[in-house]
Write a protein that binds this ligand. Structure first.
Ligand SMILES: C[S@@+](CC[C@H](N)C(=O)[O-])C[C@H]1O[C@@H](n2cnc3c(N)ncnc32)[C@H](O)[C@@H]1O
Length: 279
């Protein structure tokens, strides 16, 4: 995620899901006075500020917004400063010696919107989150399954002779643990993953979603802003990539190549899990 300004301007889809699911998530999580909350992978900071902070204020708590990307963090700090929010630039996997700041432990609640699918070692991540969550605490999350057009486009481009040399390592972006067969099996698979890592599953659903892009250029901008290979391409090639992405996205949507708008179909996993008191 290299371009926070573009990401912030074009992530209405993520904001739409946050507006719909985070208030529900908050109701399904446990809250107590003075709660210490982690927004894991806070990105541009808008979701934490708009949807998590009001709940944190209600319970007189604090919010720790963490992201590995210094650019994202800088943007979030500058755009959404607040006395109750502490912004931290760190990798969630960084060893305790590097994160010796004790604020990175003992959270009452963890919320993570649109991050888990970026992590290949999901069990390692879940065990890490489990270890920094207090017993009796809860964690709410939304992540993408592999059934989304950005991942599908990346897979198609990564196999094309033209893009292969530049997209080396693209397979590692699409976390293979997000693949599943059939909704019921998928929900069981993701529930099992949570249980294996010590959580009690309160709710976990695969939800089909759509998002209407009035202007197709917005989604093409978004895809550029999140493409980690972009810096390897000349300006001319970046424009060619945009046009190849246009071909793919209009094909997925079943509209003409010259269409100005499209209805995007995708899927998310929505869940709330608890860390049992007796562990
Ligand atoms: C798609 S963005 C979502 C941002 C935000 N939660 C939102 O809802 O808009 C995913 C974020 O997770 C962050 N991230 C990915 N891996 C991470 C890690 N290992 N540690 C901390 N942050 C990470 C990325 O830098 C990126 O900003």
């Amino acid at each position: 995620m290299f371009d926070p300004e573009t990401y912030a301007k074009t992530n209405d889809l993520v904001a739409q899901d946050a507006a719909k699911f985070i208030p529900r998530m908050i109701k399904e999580m446990k809250w107590t006075q003075g709660d210490k909350v982690l927004d894991f992978g806070c990105g541009a900071g808008n979701v934490g500020y708009n949807y998590i902070l009001p709940q944190v204020e209600k319970w007189d708590g604090t919010l720790c917004s963490l992201d590995i990307s210094s650019k994202m963090l800088e943007y979030a700090k500058k755009t959404y400063p607040h006395p109750r929010i502490k912004y931290i630039c760190a990798d969630i996997f960084a060893g305790d010696d590097q994160n010796n700041d004790e604020i990175l432990f003992n959270f009452n609640n963890i919320i993570s919107n649109y991050v888990f699918h970026q992590i290949r070692e999901i069990r390692k991540l879940l065990l890490r989150l489990h270890s920094i969550l207090l017993p009796g605490g809860s964690m709410g999350f939304i992540f993408l399954t592999n059934k989304n057009w950005y991942f599908q486009a990346l897979q198609r481009l990564g196999q094309m002779d033209k893009w292969k040399p530049y997209f080396e390592g693209y397979e590692h972006i699409v976390a293979d643990w997000t693949v599943y067969n059939g909704k019921i099996n998928g929900e069981e698979k993701f529930k099992g993953l949570m249980q294996d890592c010590g959580f009690t599953v309160k709710i976990l659903e695969i939800v089909e979603r759509t998002f209407f892009y009035e202007d197709i250029e917005v989604v093409l901008d978004l895809w550029s802003s999140v493409n980690i290979f972009l810096h390897r391409l000349s300006e001319k090639m970046q424009n060619e990539l945009r046009e190849d992405n246009r071909k793919l996205i209009t094909e997925f949507a079943g509209v003409s190549l010259h269409s100005k708008s499209l209805l995007m179909e995708y899927e998310i996993v929505y869940g709330v899990v608890d860390k049992p008191l007796n562990l």
